[in-house]
Design a protein around this ligand. Structure first.
Ligand code: BGC
Length: 927
């Protein structure tokens, strides 16, 4: 066993890629020239964005991944207002030749940029031999409306919008408003941009055609502080002469009921500004104002986040967003000026889109005329329905994540969310319907009310998967079926809970930005998707919602309630920026959040007496076998211990951040504070034998200080056996809740107990990851036993079948099982160190790091260990190849000898430690 000291136990640094495709309407630039820099992106991974949010962007690129390119020694970037000026006559920026290996987040230092401005840019680099590459292809970005003063438009809506109850319930949602306006284009158009947003949700059409392919736009931010705006290229929608624009507007997160908050006293509004540039250089702007008309008597009767949507085809207003429509029966709208205190900013992460379609794996007629469709996968989004109906008939569409034991829909876990859609047909025949302004978390769809003379068919329902449109970027596979299922469940868990913001769950009457759940999944999320901008945007919401006194709400966007803050939850403000920095290499995330981190630490300090803090915490939430006297959902680990541990952690991360940003004096101050908290922590919570003396001994009580490096080396050595004893007492099962579970693999790794971690991970009995899989899980569950084949649904409530927190094990699977880990921020230095264990005979993963693809694929072949890896240019990697180091190692098919690409650094008892330059390698050892 390998013990490290507090000082030496520096937090595991491992980083990762991002590379996000941006919002709608972008062209992609992929260079075909394999000598030039590739994948040119701005800021947090945006490719040729329009409506971009950042007037001081940064630039990133990748070097071509071929055997000639090992690293960059210099670069030159040029930027211009017109692509024809590039590369020689750049009028906005010429970086000149910069001697540097930096390929990530190079800050723009050209002329000041303003709203609407378009910048074209390209670059070249010099390689390890000082050879110049070709110029890259030209990339571009176009700024959106950056200031409130850029908006001439007004918020519009009907003077009074009614609410409608979902059938047979008392749950009300606003009726959907339809707003429209005709306008005239009388010259030849060069370009056109539609800038648009809503207090609510919008869908816009111009001349009868939907603009863009976003759903649930503009998304969810703290609307009283910041509303994100969207930009669309409207050129292809417009024609000379009369045009029409129409907008459907629903309540969404802004105007609908949400947990704790209930029904807000606001109603939905929309605002848009269509700017048309003519070939003669003139610009004409069409805006939302008093001249628009509106109705609430359209086909979408109501729509709510929790309660679903009702569509009445008899109310369709044919061609309402075209110039032929007669709107004389529609009402005049009211218009309001924009609020000076609410910032309108271009959306800074990917919009929600329909990203995948699932077809049912089976259908069951549970009663005459009632059919259940099994999508085979618990998913989030909406169904697309194509079903025969009779005129005036109403189709009822119900959803469920699970079935009851009698095969009927189980909806109890939706709690107060009605989550049902309705469709009324206007004529006999096949209808086609897909809800617009709601979403559901479901595996099963139940239809009733269709034409019962027809034979139910799988083609009636398609599952439309929706979430923020980041690129999924990880390939992980292994020789073990259940481990692969776990990987799939983690991915689906993340996808289902990243619908514009990180949520606890996507189905019941919560779907809220619970901060604790977010901080535990964040590290893993980077392995699964290009989530850099996703987190950056939500972090801005965190800052928006942080109180003056530094308190960070337990849900963001905040829904109010009596909880001001909570340890382990609110620490998201220090943890997520730091984790994002480690994985992307983006210092910008630390710059943006440092002040908020300090404020949060200040909040702790204001509640501390001799470094022990009085604060609320949800504790080690949903710890299995909790004997909590009041509420079994709370774990039994001492709250005082948890709060103090997180206080120390936030102080530590703030000190690290100060260091990176060059605030040395502040860094020192926070380091001293951290040390002081650690001293008190040891004294208060441990005896001299390393045993917990505050509250019951639990796995989590030991994991927190060991993971956060709160103990002196001597005490670490004494505490570790107590942790192992706690694990042994449970027959090597976990006994950890939301806070402890993600720390278990990190700590067992640190103390050299990977075999034990393998054993815990591969357990089939409760509580364990495979236990839920054995009960049929296709996503991560809120509890390991939310449902069991033997006993049915957990009686304790909190039975979400799509809760990503326990998916935090994903990080260990990629870092340890596949063995891909960043050891210098953003993957500048990589460690490839797979650890075979448990019943595994092979595992493989490929990861799109900021520098390019990293891969590791290993298998046991007889008595040999085979490893194949790929290391991207401009990085270095240390490879630990397991094997009998008394014997030799084969590299690329020949007996190893030191050469310019591969050097043997050392041999441990179990592994050869090699240093390699970028490239592809294979290794074989006797094992
Ligand atoms: C949510 C959790 C959340 C918790 C706070 C629950 O209702 O679903 O995931 O973190 O409340 O304890």
């Amino acid at each position: 066993m390998h013990i490290l000291t507090r000082n030496k136990l520096t937090f595991v640094v491992f980083g990762i890629l991002f590379l996000v495709s941006c919002s709608s309407n972008q062209n992609t630039t992929t260079t075909t020239n394999n000598n030039a820099p590739q994948d040119l992106i701005v800021s947090e991974g945006f490719k040729n964005p329009i409506g971009f949010y950042d007037a001081t962007p940064s630039f990133s690129w990748k070097l071509p991944q071929n055997k000639n390119v090992k690293k960059q020694t210099a670069y030159s970037i040029v930027g211009a207002s017109n692509p024809e000026l590039l590369p020689d006559n750049a009028d906005l920026w010429e970086s000149g030749k910069i001697e540097s290996d930096q390929t990530l987040f190079v800050k723009y230092k050209g002329k000041k940029l303003s709203s609407r401005q378009k910048v074209y840019w390209q670059l070249k680099f010099w390689d390890q031999d000082k050879k110049t590459s070709d110029w890259s292809e030209v990339a571009n970005f176009e700024l959106g409306l950056l200031n409130n003063s850029d908006w001439k438009a007004k918020w519009i809506s009907l003077p009074k919008v009614d609410k409608e109850k979902a059938p047979k319930t008392n749950k009300k949602s606003y009726k959907v408003q339809y707003l429209r306006k005709d306008f005239t284009i009388d010259s030849k158009i060069a370009s056109a941009r539609l800038y648009i947003t809503a207090k609510g949700l919008f869908e816009a059409e111009i001349n009868g055609k939907k603009v863009g392919d976003d759903v649930m736009a503009p998304g969810w931010t703290p609307y009283n502080k910041r509303i994100e705006t969207l930009t669309y290229d409207a050129l292809d929608h417009l024609q000379k002469g009369t045009n029409a624009i129409g907008i459907a507007l629903a309540e969404g997160w802004y105007g609908g009921r949400l947990m704790l908050r209930g029904y807000p006293k606001v109603s939905p509004k929309v605002m848009c500004q269509l700017e048309v540039k003519y070939t003669n250089g003139e610009v004409q702007t069409f805006i939302t104002d008093e001249s628009w008309t509106a109705t609430q008597d359209g086909p979408i009767v109501y729509a709510g986040i929790y309660d679903g949507e009702q569509y009445d085809a008899r109310k369709e207003q044919k061609a309402w967003s075209t110039k032929t429509f007669n709107d004389t029966s529609w009402q005049k709208v009211i218009a309001e000026d924009i609020d000076a205190t609410i910032k309108l900013t271009p959306k800074r992460h990917n919009t929600v889109k329909s990203v995948q379609e699932l077809v049912p794996i089976s259908i069951t007629e549970i009663d005459k005329g009632v059919v259940i469709f099994d999508m085979g996968q618990n998913m989030v989004g909406v169904p697309r329905i194509k079903v025969p109906m009779h005129k005036e008939g109403t189709l009822k569409i119900r959803f469920a994540e699970m079935l009851q034991q009698d095969g009927r829909m189980y909806t109890k876990n939706y709690r107060g969310a009605v989550s049902t859609d309705y469709y009324t047909a206007k004529e006999d025949g096949q209808i086609a319907y897909q809800p617009t302004f709601t979403f559901h978390g479901f595996r099963y769809v139940e239809l009733s009310g269709f034409d019962v003379s027809a034979t139910p068919d799988k083609s009636w329902v398609t599952g439309i998967v929706q979430h923020s449109d980041y690129k999924l970027n990880l390939e992980f596979s292994s020789s073990h079926k259940k481990l692969n299922q776990l990987q799939s469940n983690i991915i689906w868990g993340l996808r289902g809970n990243t619908l514009d913001i990180p949520t606890d769950c996507p189905q019941r009457d919560e779907r809220a930005g619970w901060t604790g759940d977010a901080q535990v999944i964040a590290p893993t999320s980077f392995f699964i998707g290009d989530v850099h901008s996703f987190w950056m945007s939500w972090l801005e919401s965190l800052r928006n919602d942080q109180d003056e006194d530094g308190a960070v709400p337990v849900m963001v966007p905040s829904l109010g309630g009596r909880l001001k803050a909570g340890a382990g939850w609110s620490d998201v403000i220090t943890i997520v920026p730091w984790e994002t920095y480690l994985r992307t290499g983006d210092v910008g995330v630390l710059e943006e959040n440092y002040t908020s981190m300090k404020k949060w630490v200040g909040f702790y300090q204001s509640k501390a007496k001799n470094h022990i803090v009085k604060m609320f915490t949800h504790g080690d939430w949903l710890q299995p076998y909790s004997t909590h006297e009041r509420d079994e959902r709370f774990g039994v680990t001492s709250n005082k211990l948890i709060i103090t541990a997180y206080y120390a952690r936030s102080v530590y991360l703030t000190s690290q951040t100060a260091k990176v940003l060059g605030y040395q004096a502040e860094a020192k101050q926070y380091e001293l504070l951290f040390d002081a908290i650690c001293d008190v922590f040891q004294e208060q919570f441990f005896d001299t034998q390393g045993r917990i003396i505050e509250g019951p001994e639990t796995q989590t009580a030991y994991l927190l200080p060991l993971a956060f490096d709160l103990l002196d080396q001597e005490l670490v050595q004494k505490a570790v056996p107590h942790l192992l004893e706690q694990i042994k007492l449970t027959d090597n099962h976990l006994r950890t809740g939301f806070l402890g579970t993600p720390l278990l693999p990190l700590v067992l790794d640190k103390i050299g107990e990977t075999d034990l971690m393998y054993e815990i991970l591969f357990k089939e009995t409760y509580p364990s990851w495979f236990y839920s899989i054995n009960q049929g899980a296709t996503t991560m569950w809120e509890r390991w036993n939310s449902y069991t084949i033997k006993d049915g649904f957990n009686k304790g409530g909190m039975n979400s079948f799509n809760h990503y927190a326990y998916g935090a094990i994903g990080r260990w699977m990629y870092e340890r099982i596949a063995g891909i880990k960043s050891t210098k921020v953003g993957f500048k230095e990589i460690e490839i160190a797979p650890i075979p264990g448990g019943p595994l005979t092979s595992a493989a993963a490929t990861y799109n790091s900021p520098y390019g693809k990293v891969s590791s694929s290993w298998k046991l072949v007889g008595k040999q260990f085979h490893l194949e890896i790929k290391v991207p240019p401009n990085t270095t990697a240390q490879v630990l190849v397991p094997g009998n180091t008394q014997e030799g190692i084969e590299v690329n098919g020949v007996e190893f000898e030191d050469n310019s690409d591969v050097k043997l650094l050392s041999k441990t008892k179990e592994a050869f430690v090699l240093k390699v330059t970028p490239g592809a390698y294979s290794f074989k050892t006797n094992y």
